[in-house]
Design a protein around this ligand. Structure first.
Ligand code: AKG
Length: 213
């Protein structure tokens, strides 16, 4: 199996972006004010850990989102020109419970969306790495109706409970994004994933997720 076939089999791929230390360090320096209090121009919701759409204000965020190797890899995987449509920059682990991104944004036809998570520093288990469940992208699309819930954001915790029950039912094995600075994890829209709890809360876990259609 080549790495492209492997992606469709497992739902993810690890890629060395070759991004320079200098670019990554500038990126972090330039996003820092937004983690503190500022809000980037044109951005959506953000808090002290999550800065949405910093690419409006920080050229290096846009540089990562449009990095030729990432764009080219997505083009080969999906057979179409990828369109980055959102960036998220995290300072720490998210501790997000498992979900599929297709619950947040979707494509027609289903399955064209993907996320690319780039480590902006070396990531260990102590920092709350990305966690994902290989093979789970092969399940059909799971929405609120499947979990017998009304499609209302107030039921999101129950959706997460349902996803956990699906993971147990299928006995999926978690895999953790223990990767090096500059490595990327590409995940397909439907893979179940989240953030592992951060064991050492004093540590950072600088990362960028770009979502593509
Ligand atoms: O970075 C993480 O810990 C999780 C990110 C995530 O689940 C997402 O962006 O959908």
């Amino acid at each position: 199996m080549d790495q492209y076939e492997q992606f469709w089999h497992d739902g993810f791929m690890v890629l060395d972006t070759g991004l320079s230390e200098k670019t990554i360090d500038h990126l972090i320096k330039n996003v820092k004010p937004f983690w503190q209090d500022k809000k980037p121009h044109g951005s959506g919701y953000h808090d002290s850990n999550r800065v949405q759409d910093a690419w409006y204000s920080v050229p290096e965020v846009k540089q990562v989102a449009t990095h030729p190797l990432i764009v080219d890899t997505l083009r080969k995987l999906y057979g179409r020109t990828p369109l980055p449509f959102q960036t998220l920059n995290f300072k720490k682990g998210t501790g997000q419970r498992p979900h599929a991104d297709s619950i947040h944004f979707n494509s027609e036809p289903f399955g064209l969306m993907c996320g690319v998570w780039v480590a902006l520093e070396d990531v260990s288990v102590d920092q709350g790495p990305l966690v994902y469940y290989p093979g789970s992208q092969q399940l059909g699309e799971i929405n609120f109706e499947d979990a017998q819930l009304d499609a209302d954001y107030k039921y999101y915790p129950q959706y997460e409970d349902y996803i956990e029950s699906v993971i147990k039912l299928h006995n999926y094995t978690p895999q953790y994004g223990i990767v090096k600075k500059g490595q990327a994890i590409i995940w397909s829209a439907n893979i179940l994933h989240g953030g592992a709890p951060q064991i050492k809360s004093e540590l950072t876990r600088y990362s960028q997720v770009t979502h593509y259609l």
